[in-house]
Design a protein around this ligand. Structure first.
Ligand SMILES: Nc1ccn([C@@H]2O[C@H](COP(=O)(O)OP(=O)(O)OP(=O)(O)O)[C@@H](O)[C@H]2O)c(=O)n1
Ligand SMILES: C[C@](O)(CO)[C@H](O)COP(=O)(O)O
Length: 255
């Protein structure tokens, strides 16, 4: 099926979760609101989905106490063309995603023909082609996430810092976002996780728990999650490198 036909038939909703406290970043400003070269992290992330021609609507999840600030102050300074819904998050990432899924159910026509792209608000360098790969994968089999291989030798160690063994890294991957799912499937998996008290660190793990298959596609080396203070240094370098690549017409590298 061609892209144009898909666009008529399917609806793609990005759910950007930015409802966390960002404790590991040790910053007085929550990491999703930190300014990176004049543009807040969450605005950079929103812009990546706003500019993507296959994203029809965006749901932004923020901490309840930051709803007013986000609506009236932060986003007031920027304009987006994709319909944007701003809602409150929950205690855990899974709760925040759950709120996003509830909203997606309300704004979709039919969950069976709706895809949700669940993305960390603090992965601002997600590329256009990476989003396409995840969407294409989910269109085929209902669920798809981007991953990166592991290029270092992987050790298991005990609590005293003594190595127990070296793991076989063949078949091991690091999961990124956006994680894309047909809405009816992820809603079913999320409800099963709730009923069985399963708490996952990503949405793929919720599907795994519900025995729903999830495909993988290549993630991106620049699609980093801003977690600790050092990541802000990497973010600055990525921004600088992107600017330089744009000048010489080589920015495709970052997609
Ligand atoms: N209750 C929560 C917790 C996390 N997130 C979001 O999930 C993404 C990935 O989570 P992580 O990097 O762990 O963010 P925090 O939970 O904010 O960080 P920390 O664990 O360091 O406090 C972030 O965009 C974060 O805002 C969320 O929407 N709601
Ligand atoms: C969803 C995620 O970013 C995929 O790598 C990750 O699992 C979030 O984990 P964290 O423990 O909240 O950092």
């Amino acid at each position: 099926m061609s892209d144009t036909e898909n666009k008529e038939k399917f609806k793609n909703i990005a759910i950007i979760v930015a409802g966390g406290k960002g404790l590991r970043m040790q910053s007085s400003v929550k990491k999703q609101f930190i300014d990176l070269d004049g543009i807040p992290v969450i605005v950079r992330t929103l812009a990546a989905f706003d500019m993507h021609c296959r994203v029809d609507e965006i749901i932004l999840v923020v901490p309840e106490q930051d709803l007013d600030f986000t609506r009236n102050d932060l986003l007031h300074r920027f304009s987006f063309s994709t319909p944007l819904h701003i809602i409150k998050g929950g205690v855990t990432r899974q709760d925040s995603v759950g709120n996003g899924l509830d909203k997606a159910l309300k704004i979709c026509i039919r969950p069976e023909i709706t895809f949700v792209l669940i993305h960390d608000g603090v992965r601002p360098f997600v590329g256009e082609n990476l989003v396409d790969r995840c969407l294409d994968g989910a269109l085929k089999n209902g669920a798809c996430i981007p991953v990166l291989g592991i290029f270092d030798t992987v050790k298991r160690a005990d609590k005293n810092g003594k190595i127990i063994c070296t793991l076989d890294r063949d078949g091991l991957f690091r999961a990124q976002t956006p994680q894309v799912f047909r809405l009816d499937l992820i809603v079913k998996a999320a409800s099963y996780a709730r009923n069985t008290d399963f708490l996952g660190t990503d949405e793929a793990s919720i599907c795994e728990h519900a025995k729903l298959p999830v495909d993988i596609v290549d993630g991106g080396p620049f699609n980093i999650k801003l977690t600790s203070p050092q990541d802000l240094i990497f973010a600055g370098l990525i921004i600088q490198a992107k600017k330089e690549a744009e000048i010489v017409g080589n920015s495709g590298f970052f997609n």
